[in-house]
Design a protein around this ligand. Structure first.
Ligand SMILES: [Cu+2]
Length: 488
C-alpha cells in the first residue's frame, strides 16, 4: 500500500485514463498536518505545533513530523515552540524559515495571540534552529521570498491579539530579521495575505486571505513596493469579501506573470462558498482582474497545485465554515482557460488541509479539521493521468548549480520527443496559501537526441534563489521524475 511501490501501468480505457486516481495510504500522519513543506531531500515536513488542540497547548506538546514518501516512514522532530498557524517559506540555502505561531488560545480575556519567535528548519539535521525574534508577534503571517533571497512577512495577529502592521524582513545574507528594519507602511494586510513576487520585484496582494472580510480597502487587491512602501490598488476582483480561503496561483509559466484566484467564502457571514475564478495579467502597466471560467463546484479551502505539464490541479474544499466538504477536483488548463473534471479525493479536505506536488509527479493531500475539533490524519496520494499515459522520460544529467542567465545542458531519455523543461519550486503550504509556488519555463534552444540546451531566466524575481525541481515533459504531457537543482 506504499504508493511509491505501485507500478503504474498504461491506461487502455476507463476513468483513470482521463481523470487520474487516488490512493489513501494505510499509514496515517502521526501529527495534525496543518502545514506541509517539501524539503530539498524529497521528504515532506508536516508541522502541527499544538495542532489546534488547546489541551496539547496546555500540556506544552508541540509536534512536527518528517515523512519520507519513498519509504513511508515518519520521523518525529523536537518542536521548540507552538508553530500552530505559523508562517513559512523556503530559503535560498534549502532551509525552511518558520516565523510566528500561536502564543495563546482564546480565553474570556483575549483572543488568539501571535508569538515573535522564528526558526530555520534544517532538512540535513531535521532540527529547528532559532534565529532572532520578529518585531511583533504574528499568528497567520504571510511569507514571500524576494529575488535576492530575503523574505518579507506581513500580517497576522500580534502578541496582544491585534492585527500586526509590522513589515518584517529576513535578510538572506545575514540570516537575521530586521537588521536594518525595513520600510514600514503601517498597514494591516490581514491573515495569511497572499503576496506573490512579480518580475519587477513588487508584491501582488491577490485578495486571497483567511478569516472573514478582505481587510484591504478599495478593490481588495494591491501592488506593493516593499522598498518604497508604496501601495496601489488593483481593480477587478469579484466577491472581494468572499475570498476567505480562496487560493491564488502564479500560473505556469512564471514568465507570463498571470495569476488565478479560485473560489473562497467567508467564515464570519458563512455564506455558501463561491465558484468564482478571476484572472489577471500582471505583465503590463495597469493590470486588472478579469472574470475566468467558474470552478466546477462552489468551494473554499481550495488547494491548487502547479503540475509539470503546465496545468493546475485543484482539489478539496468545503462549502461552509469547517463544514460540508466538497468532493470535487479538476484540472485547470491556463492555455485553454478551462476546467476538466478529475477523480476526487475520498477524504474530506476542508479547514487545515493542504496539497502539494511530490518530486515524482504525484500530488499529496493531507489534513482536515472540521468544526467538531477532530482532525483527519489520513494521507491521500493523487496519480494524475499523465502517469498513466506511457513510459516516462528521464533526466539523466544536469548541473547541480545554475547561474541566472546561464544556458544548461540537460541529458534526457525519452521514447517520444521532449516538449518542455521547467523548474518548479518546492511547496510550503497552509490554509490554501503558498504564494511562492511557481513553475519557471526553461526554453529549449537545442534538442540533440535528448541532449537539451535550455536557458534559465536572468531575472531573479522570476526564479528566486533556492532549490527547484527540474522536470522535463514529453509531447504526450508525460513528465519525468524531478532532479533537484539550485538556482543562483
Ligand atoms: Cu489555522
Amino acid at each position: 500500500d506504499d504508493y511509491s511501490q505501485v507500478e503504474h501501468s498504461n491506461c487502455a480505457a476507463g476513468d483513470a485514463c482521463t481523470k487520474g486516481s487516488w490512493q489513501v495510504l494505510s499509514s496515517q500522519s502521526p501529527v495534525r498536518a496543518i502545514h506541509a513543506a517539501l524539503l530539498k531531500n524529497g521528504n515532506v515536513l508536516l508541522i502541527a505545533g499544538s495542532g489546534n488542540d488547546p489541551d496539547q497547548f496546555a500540556a506544552g506538546t508541540f509536534k512536527t513530523s518528517v515523512w519520507n514518501p519513498t519509504t513511508g516512514a515518519f520521523a518525529a522532530v523536537p518542536t521548540p515552540d507552538d508553530f500552530f498557524c505559523t508562517g513559512h517559506v523556503q530559503l535560498a540555502n534549502g532551509q525552511l524559515l518558520v516565523m510566528g505561531g500561536n502564543k495563546a488560545y482564546p480565553t474570556a480575556d483575549h483572543g488568539y495571540e501571535g508569538i515573535k519567535s522564528s526558526y530555520v528548519f534544517d532538512p540535513t539535521t531535521n532540527q529547528y534552529v532559532r534565529v532572532n525574534d520578529l518585531n511583533t508577534g504574528h499568528w497567520y503571517p504571510s511569507a514571500t521570498e524576494l529575488g535576492n533571497g530575503d523574505v518579507i512577512s506581513l500580517g497576522g495577529l500580534d502578541e496582544n491579539g491585534n492585527g500586526s502592521v509590522e513589515v518584517e524582513r529576513f535578510y538572506s545574507a545575514s540570516g537575521q530579521w530586521n537588521n536594518p528594519r525595513p520600510t514600514q507602511t503601517y498597514r494591516f494586510w490581514g491573515l495569511y495575505p497572499s503576496m506573490i513576487l512579480l518580475q519587477d520585484g513588487r508584491l501582488f496582494y491577490t485578495g486571497s486571505h483567511v478569516f472573514g472580510n478582505n481587510v484591504s480597502d478599495g478593490p481588495g487587491a494591491n501592488l506593493y513596493n516593499v522598498d518604497t512602501g508604496q501601495v496601489a490598488d488593483v481593480p477587478g476582483l469579484r466577491l472581494k469579501e468572499e475570498r476567505d480561503q480562496s487560493m491564488s496561483v502564479l500560473l505556469p509559466p512564471a514568465q507570463a506573470q498571470r495569476v488565478a484566484t479560485f473560489g473562497g467564502g467567508n467564515i464570519e457571514t458563512n455564506v455558501d462558498a463561491n465558484n468564482t475564478t478571476d484572472l489577471i495579467d500582471l505583465s503590463g502597466a495597469n493590470p486588472a482582474y478579469v472574470p475566468g471560467p467558474n470552478l466546477l463546484a462552489n468551494k473554499m479551502y481550495v488547494s491548487a497545485v502547479i503540475l509539470p505539464d503546465g496545468k493546475v490541479f485543484e482539489t478539496g474544499g468545503g462549502l461552509h465554515n469547517r463544514a460540508d466538504p466538497v468532493y470535487e477536483a479538476s484540472m485547470y488548463d491556463p492555455v485553454a482557460n478551462t476546467f476538466t473534471v478529475m477523480a476526487t479525493d475520498p477524504v474530506p479536505r476542508t479547514y487545515h488541509s493542504s496539497a502539494l506536488l511530490l518530486p515524482d509527479g504525484h500530488v499529496l493531500a493531507i489534513g482536515n479539521n472540521p468544526g467538531d475539533g477532530s482532525f483527519d490524519m489520513r494521507v491521500s496520494i493523487y496519480t494524475p493521468p499523465y502517469l498513466l499515459n506511457g513510459v516516462r522520460p528521464t533526466v539523466t544529467a544536469a548541473a547541480a548549480q545554475w547561474a541566472y542567465g546561464s544556458t544548461q545542458t540537460v541529458g534526457t531519455t525519452s521514447n517520444v520527443a521532449i516538449k518542455s523543461a521547467q523548474l518548479i519550486r518546492p511547496a510550503a503550504v497552509t490554509h490554501s496559501s503558498d504564494p511562492n509556488q511557481r513553475s519557471v519555463d526553461l526554453p529549449i534552444t537545442v534538442n540533440n537526441n535528448g541532449q537539451l540546451t535550455v536557458s534559465l531566466t536572468a531575472n531573479p524575481n522570476i526564479a528566486p534563489l533556492g532549490d527547484y525541481m527540474l522536470f522535463v515533459t514529453d509531447i504526450n504531457n508525460v513528465p519525468s521524475v524531478a532532479r533537484w537543482v539550485h538556482v543562483g
